[in-house]
Design a protein around this ligand. Structure first.
Ligand code: UD1
Ligand code: CA
Length: 455
């Protein structure tokens, strides 16, 4: 059997006034991704699975976000908000091109899953012409009620238009609808606006289908999955549901979360095997944690990679572009940004490492800072492998610290330091001499060690 074709129409023209925000409603994030992105991620994809997004006028930002995930999306502008059926019909050119299954989903229900949308399409390949996603509401006020007879859905009655008896029904419309492509245009075109709100209701498609002798049916899901977001409080509820799902999935995949309810993930957080995450850790978008890594409490990371068996925190802040190599360590009160820290390197306390590369096994002392910004531009710092940077050193970029070199504490380094160099500033001559002697001995030992290793 060939795969059925589909067109998913995402309704995202709502103004979202109750969010009290200048950001379009569907662009508000849940677990680090916009609500629209979550919905688009659930829509069928692949060959001959098309997508149209209905947006309000002057909403280039929403169009851009839609195209970011689905460059193939058709963007349809609904000039006036005249109801959900009217919104769907702004995509009539796309619908007229024909498909087996037409899916209508709302842009402000970010918890909908791909699996549920697949399930909804199922009965369309048998005898149903319309399939509606229903749920049992704790409090059905405001939702459309699903009026059924046996396994048939007879009508959807909007709350404002429902009788007392109809309002007693707790089976509600979740908002997602699947319509057989071959009858979709005909059903939609017949929807009028003779109702309490004088809107063109998509939900009327059900009664019209029944009048035409077509079958409509219901597939049930949980209230969580069809939660519509209209306010910041509902946004926070959706966030809570999504976080629970992400934590469960992480633990299912073998990640140890000691206190899962205190760990915040993003929809795209990736974990390897045997990862341990201590309480109170926040991962923004774009974080990858490789096998065996340990993330200690109060760490905050965004667009960063934590390498195999690396150790981070407590209290580390990894800003975008941080890449930690195998077994590398970032300790307490260390901030990094656009920094590659190679295998076995240590930045254990109170440092800022930005626009920098730290070579393998280098040791960055407490309070060492890469001074990457001169008030006008940003510059890079290059620290060679095995270098030792003493406490409270300021590395004034652009600057290179040679491999195997030794920088005494409190240095202000403004010029490149060659490989294997000893640089001590703030010490008495006698101490410096003692240091120089120890440094020579250390180097000799290191050389001998590498020789015996290569034998
Ligand atoms: C809708 C359903 C109701 C269901 C509920 C579930 C209709 C008529 N009613 O009601 O049965 O129980 O969802 O949450 O469909 N939109 C547009 N353009 C418009 C109107 C709406 O793009 O002209 C979009 C909105 O942005 C929103 C979605 O369609 O994402 C639903 O519209 P909304 O007004 O929230 O419908 P409800 O009254 O909640
Ligand atoms: Ca709504």
């Amino acid at each position: 059997m060939t795969e059925r074709t589909s067109l998913t129409v995402v309704l995202a023209a709502g103004e979202g006034t109750r969010m009290r925000s200048s950001l379009a409603k569907v662009l508000h994030p849940v677990a680090g991704e916009s609500m629209l992105t979550h919905v688009l991620a659930a829509a069928p994809k692949g060959a001959r699975q098309k997508l149209a997004v209905v947006i309000g006028p002057d909403r280039d930002d929403v169009a851009r976000e839609a195209r970011r995930l689905r460059p193939d999306a058709a963007i349809c502008v609904q000039q006036e908000r005249l109801g959900t059926a009217h919104a769907v019909l702004t995509a009539k050119d796309e619908i007229a091109r024909g498909c087996d299954d037409l899916l209508v989903v709302f842009g402000d229900t970010p918890l909908i899953s791909a699996r549920t949308l697949e399930k909804l399409r199922g009965p369309l390949s048998q005898e149903s012409a319309v399939v509606v996603l229903g749920f049992r509401a704790d409090d059905p006020t405001g939702y459309g009620r699903l009026l059924t007879e046996g396994d048939r859905l007879i009508a959807i009655r909007e709350h404002a238009d429902a009788s007392e008896k109809e309002r007693a029904t707790t089976l509600c419309n979740g908002g997602v609808m699947a319509i057989a492509g071959r009858v979709a245009m005909e059903l939609l075109a017949r929807i009028g606006n003779a109702n309490a709100k004088a809107e063109y209701y998509l939900t009327d498609a059900v009664e019209i289908a029944n009048k035409c002798g077509l079958k409509a049916s219901v597939i049930e899901t949980t209230e969580d999955e069809v939660r519509g977001i209209n306010t910041k409080a509902q946004l926070a509820e959706a966030e809570a549901v999504m976080q629970r799902r992400l934590r469960e999935a992480a633990m299912e995949a073998g990640v140890t979360l000691i206190a899962p309810e205190t760990v915040f993930l993003s929809a795209d957080t990736k974990f390897g095997k045997d990862v341990v995450i201590e309480p109170f850790v926040v991962f923004g978008p774009g974080v990858e944690v490789d096998d065996g890594a340990v993330v200690h409490s109060f760490t905050h990371a965004v667009q960063s990679r934590i390498g195999k068996k690396a150790e981070v925190g407590p209290y580390a802040r990894m800003r975008p572009g941080t890449v930690l190599g195998e077994g590398a360590k970032l300790g307490n009160f260390v901030e990094t940004k656009k920094a590659t820290i190679d295998a076995g390197a240590k930045v254990n306390h109170l440092s800022y490492i930005g626009d920098a590369h730290v070579g393998a096994k280098a040791n960055i002392g407490a309070g060492a800072i890469t001074c990457n910004y001169d008030g006008f531009d940003k510059y890079r710092t290059e620290i060679g492998q095995g270098a030792f940077v003493g406490t409270n050193s300021s590395l004034v970029a652009p600057v290179k610290i040679g491999a195997g070199s030794y920088i005494g504490s409190g240095a202000v380094v403004t010029k490149d330091v060659p490989d294997d160099a000893l640089r001590i500033e703030r010490a008495e001559q006698t101490t410096k001499d003692g240091w120089a002697k120890r440094f020579r001995e250390m180097k000799m030992r290191a050389k001998a060690a590498t020789k015996s290793e290569s034998k």
